[in-house]
Design a protein around this ligand. Structure first.
Ligand SMILES: Nc1ncnc2c1ncn2[C@@H]1O[C@H](COP(=O)(O)OP(=O)(O)OP(=O)(O)O)[C@@H](O)[C@H]1O
Length: 268
């Protein structure tokens, strides 16, 4: 498997280019059943450049969420080093569940994040309106979560994430629960927001086409332990659509490698 472990030749080189997120030789283990620890991540070196969109793929249980939690600062690596771009706020993490406060309107959910960031009261409402406009929800300021569709709620969650003014956005299968058409709209919204706000994004998904539709780079993790198995640069021009032939072609190639990882995982 020497070729599968080789990094992409055009991937940013560790230690040189500026970074938004830099993991060097990061490993993470948890206490196991007996004396042995459960090694989840092993020697992960991964570099997200400022403004880069990186998608993470891997078999279920390979450690993708563990990796995002480390980058989010919710947990610490067992060994190795992890750095976030100097001057950036703590990265913002977005999940499949929108986690909006159900008793607050869309606007107030966003305003609350602005308040937590210390934005003065008078500026909160106009800023929340601007952020909701950015995710194409200009008219939804007064709606409560139960009055909105799943796709709208995820867009409010995106506006709330942007309200935290972090330059690094971590997304853990944010669109997995949405139907294909709604997901398509969310892909467009996210791609626009990423471009306009110059965000650095680390996006976990099980959906290979989604990874190729959105990412500039796709990183495949192996399982047990999770290591960087392979990286692809996505050179499909923007604007992309999930049904583009070039997206489908690369997704097919990546799916072959993902299947192999899943088979290997099943044998252990
Ligand atoms: N706090 C913890 N304590 C013990 N084990 C943990 C802990 N967090 C995660 N694990 C284990 O780490 C492994 C990887 O879990 P993780 O959720 O990161 O995988 P994943 O790739 O995100 O999975 P999925 O794609 O199914 O969401 C699993 O075996 C899980 O049980």
């Amino acid at each position: 498997m020497a070729t599968a472990l080789a990094p992409s030749p055009s991937a940013p080189q560790l230690g040189h280019a500026p970074y938004a997120v830099r993991l060097e030789h990061v490993s993470k283990s948890f206490p196991g059943d007996g004396r042995e620890r459960h090694q989840v991540l092993d020697d992960i070196s991964l570099h997200v450049a400022p403004g880069e969109f990186v998608c993470l793929l891997g078999a279920s249980g390979c450690g993708k969420s563990t990796l995002l939690n480390l980058v989010a600062g919710l947990d610490r690596p067992t060994s190795g080093s992890l750095e976030i771009e100097a001057g950036a706020h703590r990265p913002t993490l977005m999940f499949q569940e929108h986690a909006l406060f159900p008793w607050l309107t869309a606007g107030k959910n966003v305003e609350l994040a602005l308040k937590m960031r210390g934005v003065p009261r008078a500026e909160r409402r106009p800023e929340a309106l601007r952020l909701l406009e950015l995710v194409r929800l200009g008219g939804a300021h007064g709606k409560r979560p139960h009055e909105m569709s799943g796709g709208m709620r995820q867009r409010v969650a995106m506006a709330r994430a942007l309200a935290q003014d972090s330059r690094v956005l971590l997304m853990d299968e944010p669109f997995a629960a949405l139907d294909a058409i709604t997901r398509d709209v969310l892909h467009e919204v996210l791609a626009d927001v990423w471009e306009q706000q110059k965000l650095s994004v680390l996006f976990v998904t099980h959906n290979v086409r989604e990874a190729v539709r959105l990412g500039q780079r796709v990183v495949l993790l192996s399982s047990r332990p999770g290591r960087v198995a392979r990286t692809w640069e996505v050179e499909v021009p923007h604007p992309r659509r999930i049904e583009d032939a070039a997206v489908a072609e690369l997704a097919l190639e990546i799916t072959g490698h993902l299947r192999e990882e899943i088979r290997r995982h099943a044998r252990h």
